[in-house]
Design a binder for this molecule. Structure first.
Ligand code: ZN
Length: 180
């Protein structure tokens, strides 16, 4: 009888130990989140609701090619060094592939050696907006198109002067218009 009680008691202890162990593991995994969020974000300007481009998911699927849909609407990321613009040096404007919003000028593009097109400044404060992104065990700042809310990429604090910012943007989320 006593043995039975002891064995019940020890399994209870073991259970409690396991529960506290997994709670600990949970805490540790939160503590391990890498904070890559950009501090002191550049100023943005909200655009009027009437200028927003709003479509249903089904409509976006019809107007975007599958890779652009995956990045812009599903917050995907193209593989490094595979996009059309990471090594693109022509002069002109980069527009949102979803809504033609003017996002970045080639004058603010620089070679960050990260495999994605990188810019140190947005075309204008109303071009983009920011959101916290805590996916994939990292704390990052997401960059979105201010007009259609499409996911463009992320912003980091390791960019060159004068802003010190790196807008790390997916090629497939943009189209390019060359300066004539
Ligand atoms: Zn857009």
């Amino acid at each position: 009888m006593q043995t039975h009680f002891l064995s019940r008691f020890s399994s209870l202890c073991l259970g409690l130990l396991l529960v506290s162990f997994s709670a600990c593991a949970q805490q540790n995994s939160n503590a391990r989140m890498i904070d890559q969020s950009s501090k002191n974000l550049p100023r943005t300007e909200a655009i009027p609701e009437s200028e927003k481009v709003v479509k249903t998911d089904q409509e976006w699927k019809q107007v975007l090619d599958p890779q652009a849909y995956q990045v812009l609407r599903q917050k995907g990321t193209e593989r490094a060094y595979t996009g059309a613009f990471w090594n693109h040096k022509a002069k002109g404007l980069y527009l949102c592939a979803g809504c033609d919003n003017e996002l970045f000028h080639s004058d603010t593009k620089y070679d960050s050696h990260c495999g994605w097109p990188s810019f140190f400044e947005a075309f204008r404060p109303g071009a983009i907006r920011f959101e916290d992104d805590r996916s994939h065990g990292m704390v990052r700042t997401e960059v979105l198109c201010a007009k259609c809310d499409g996911h463009l990429g992320h912003i980091f604090d390791d960019g060159p002067p004068p802003t010190g910012k790196r807008y790390c943007i997916n090629s497939v989320a943009m189209k390019f218009v060359e300066n004539k």
